[in-house]
Design a protein around this ligand. Structure first.
Ligand SMILES: [Zn+2]
Length: 131
């Protein structure tokens, strides 16, 4: 039997404005979303921390929360995304960017980003991940 992978997920919301230049619909005009961001992570070995203050965890939820707040939420909440990023601010591009930023920061701690799920509306989301 394949060994189990243990993943944890933390969810966040942020409010942001953006527009998509040259979009042939309403999205070419400035508008806002309440985005929901779900970050799922696992240890690179799929297992748990063996010893120390975080024993039995993938990563402390507190630390994951702090990292995502500092690296993402603080930069995008109540911001105009077109001013923050040089890329076209589709949900797909945003999710890929968040995946890269967090993968870089977490890699050194033996943690990988298993999935980024970014909800642009209550009925529309993008998933980026390694599985
Ligand atoms: Zn939009």
């Amino acid at each position: 039997m394949k060994p189990l992978t243990i993943k944890i997920t933390k969810a966040f919301t942020f409010d942001a404005a953006h527009f998509l230049p040259e979009h042939d619909g309403k999205c070419s005009a400035m508008h806002g979303h309440t985005y929901r961001l779900e970050v799922s992570v696992a240890r690179t070995d799929g297992q748990l921390i063996a010893a120390g203050p975080s024993a039995g965890m993938v990563i402390d939820f507190f630390h994951l929360n702090q990292l995502v707040k500092e690296e993402i939420i603080d930069k995008v909440d109540h911001a105009i995304l077109n001013d923050v990023f040089s890329f076209r601010t589709t949900s797909e591009n945003l999710a890929c960017h968040f995946y890269q930023v967090l993968s870089q920061k977490l890699g050194a701690q033996g943690v990988r980003v298993a999935k980024i799920k970014l909800w642009e509306t209550p009925t529309s989301y993008v998933e980026v991940g390694d599985e």
